[in-house]
Design a protein around this ligand. Structure first.
Ligand SMILES: [Zn+2]
Length: 335
């Protein structure tokens, strides 16, 4: 147990707390800047089971802030969940790491969180976060919200307690106002701090500390302003009071979403499929340059490209028009 000696020596954890961490199970949703930092911290801290979920693959523009990945991961366009699991497996081989390369949606969220003690929110979009909030409310799981944009970070614990506010109590249906990490940018220092705070709170919750934070924390690292705001439950909250679910329990459904700042669209088929890469590669041969990789089959059509996963999900690059991406998908994958 020498590995955790410094953490055990800390009064808030101790030997008993470390045992609890080793017996704990956590899901991290999203493995971008926030998620890769969280996965790194939690694996090193000895959280016994980590499920790491992400739908995307590593790109060069990720390396500035997504702490786990290397140039070769971007060069080979490795799925983030696979790259993260491989790297963290070499850092702590005594814990169980389960990589999940998938889009998180109404069809799979329950399976991703039903057997864990806590969920770390490291999503990059409002819709997935709302789904996560609804699922955690329904399944009474604590989750830790984290967000970062430019030099600003925000985080809050959402606890499954009768009088505790949920995410909807604070943010209602408010969208982010159009600014994204692609337009406003984001600093790796900010995402690292948000993830550090999320993981500290995760440790407190997992060891049963009375010091779990009940406020919304927001800061601007550039101007140096730090703010702690009281979080209050809304008496008519549509989620934690009226229990109206917009996303949870609705199934996956066929859908296509434009990926933030990427000039790419993800298309998810109605139901997961089993794609035979060799057969598909044969069909694609006459259309463009085909490359079979470990987790994907790639088709280069010149201006457009298709990255097809074995479950039928695809990322169409070279367009942010979802209708166009769907027609490309229908033409070449046809599910
Ligand atoms: Zn609420």
């Amino acid at each position: 147990m020498e590995r955790y000696a410094r953490q055990e020596a800390f009064y808030g954890v101790g030997e008993a707390g470390q045992k609890k961490l080793l017996a704990s199970r956590v899901t991290v949703i999203g493995l971008g800047a926030l998620g890769s930092a969280s996965a790194n911290l939690l694996a090193r801290a000895g959280v016994g089971f980590l499920r790491l979920v992400d739908r995307d693959f590593v790109e060069y523009s990720n390396l500035q802030r997504q702490m786990l990945y290397r140039e070769k991961d971007a060069e080979e366009a490795v799925p983030k969940a696979a790259a993260a699991a491989e790297i963290l497996g070499g850092i702590n081989s005594e814990i169980t790491i389960e990589p999940v390369i998938a889009d998180v949606n109404g069809g799979n969220i329950s399976a991703l969180i039903e057997d864990v003690d806590l969920v770390i929110d490291a999503t990059d979009n409002v819709e997935t976060r709302r789904l996560l909030g609804e699922a955690c409310h329904a399944m009474k799981k604590p989750w830790i919200y984290g967000g970062a944009l430019a030099a600003c970070g925000m985080t809050m614990n959402i606890l499954p307690e009768e009088d505790a506010p949920c995410f909807q109590c604070l943010f209602d249906n408010q969208e982010t106002g159009g600014e994204t990490c692609a337009t406003a940018g984001v600093l790796g220092m900010v995402t690292s701090i948000v993830a550090s705070i999320q993981c500290t709170e995760a440790l407190k919750i997992l060891v049963g500390s009375p010091d779990v934070r009940r406020t919304l924390l927001a800061f601007d690292l550039w101007t140096g302003e730090f703010d702690e705001m009281e979080a209050v439950k809304k008496p008519d909250c549509p989620l934690c009071v009226r229990e109206e679910y917009v996303y949870y329990g609705k199934g996956a459904g066929s859908r296509s979403v434009s990926l933030c700042g990427r000039d790419a669209v993800q298309v998810v088929p109605d139901a997961p499929a089993r794609i035979d890469f060799d057969e598909m590669a044969g069909e694609w041969q006459r259309c463009g340059k085909v490359e079979k990789k470990k987790y994907t089959l790639d088709l280069d059509l010149g201006g457009l490209g298709i990255k097809l996963f074995a479950d039928g999900r695809a990322i169409i690059r070279g367009t942010s028009d979802t209708a166009k991406a769907r027609s490309v998908y229908a033409e070449y994958v046809g599910l």
